[in-house]
Design a protein around this ligand. Structure first.
Ligand code: CO
Length: 224
C-alpha cells in the first residue's frame, strides 16, 4: 500500500510545482487539447512517450500496446487514430518501436507469454514476411534489432492502409506518418526514414527504408 499511497503525494507535488511554474497550465489544458502528434508505441514502461521527446501534457496523443502494433482491425487502435486525425487534426503520426522489446523477442524466439501470444501473431507475420532478410544475420541480437525495425516499418504500412488515413490524404489534410525506433541503451530515438504524407509515397518509402536498414540513420536535427 505504501507504494500506492506514494503516488498521491508525488501527484500533489507535481501539481503544485506545475501550478507554480505555469499558473494558467491547468486552466488552459482543461479547456482544450491541441496536440500536434499521435504517438503509437510499445506499452513497455521504459518507453514513456512524453518524457522521451520532452513534450508536456497536451502535446502528444498516445496509443500504446505490446510491440507497437497497428492492426487496422483493432477497434482500440482504430478509434484512437480516427479521433486523432478527424477531431484533433494531428499533423504527425509516429509509430515508435524500441530495441530490447519483449514482445518482438517472444515472436522471434517463439516463446509463450500467455494471452499476448495471440496479439503477437501480428509480429510473427512480420517475421515470416522478412525471414530471408533475418536469416542472413548471424546472431540473435542482430535478428532481434532488425525485427524491431522491420516491425515499425510494417506497422507504418498498416497505418497508411487505414481508411481514416487514406480519407485524410484524399481531402488534402496534412498527415505525416513516421517510423522511429528508440534505444533503451542510449535514450535516443532514430528516424527510420519511412515518412509518408500521401498514399503514393507509402510503398516506395517503405521499400527504401527496408533496403537501407543496417546503415547509419541519423535523426533529423542531429549534428552528424
Ligand atoms: Co516493447
Amino acid at each position: 500500500m505504501e507504494r500506492f499511497a506514494r503516488l498521491f503525494s508525488q501527484n500533489r507535488h507535481w501539481a503544485s510545482t506545475t501550478q507554480k511554474q505555469h499558473p494558467e497550465f491547468f486552466n488552459e489544458l482543461s479547456a482544450q487539447q491541441h496536440p500536434d502528434f499521435l504517438w503509437i508505441g510499445c506499452s513497455d514502461s521504459r518507453v514513456p512517450a512524453n518524457q522521451i521527446v520532452e513534450l508536456a501534457p497536451g502535446e502528444v496523443f498516445v496509443h500504446r500496446n505490446i510491440a507497437n502494433v497497428v492492426d487496422p482491425a483493432d477497434l482500440n487502435c482504430g478509434a484512437v487514430v480516427q479521433y486523432a486525425i478527424d477531431h484533433l487534426k494531428v499533423e504527425h503520426v509516429l509509430v515508435v518501436g524500441h530495441y530490447g522489446c519483449g514482445g518482438v523477442q517472444a515472436a522471434l524466439c517463439e516463446t509463450s507469454l500467455g494471452l499476448a501470444d495471440q496479439w503477437l501473431e501480428r509480429v510473427d507475420r512480420v517475421k515470416q514476411q522478412h525471414r530471408e532478410c533475418l536469416k542472413v544475420l548471424r546472431d540473435q541480437k542482430s535478428q532481434h534489432d532488425r525485427l524491431c525495425e522491420l516491425n515499425v516499418i510494417e506497422q507504418v504500412r498498416n497505418l497508411c492502409s487505414m481508411q481514416v488515413v487514406l480519407d485524410a490524404w484524399a481531402r488534402d489534410q496534412v498527415v505525416m506518418v513516421h517510423g522511429c525506433i528508440y534505444g533503451l541503451e542510449d535514450g535516443l530515438i532514430r528516424d527510420l526514414g519511412v515518412s509518408c504524407k500521401s498514399s503514393e509515397e507509402v510503398e516506395p518509402h517503405c521499400a527504401a527504408a527496408i533496403a537501407h536498414l543496417g546503415e547509419p540513420h541519423p535523426s533529423p536535427g542531429s549534428s552528424k
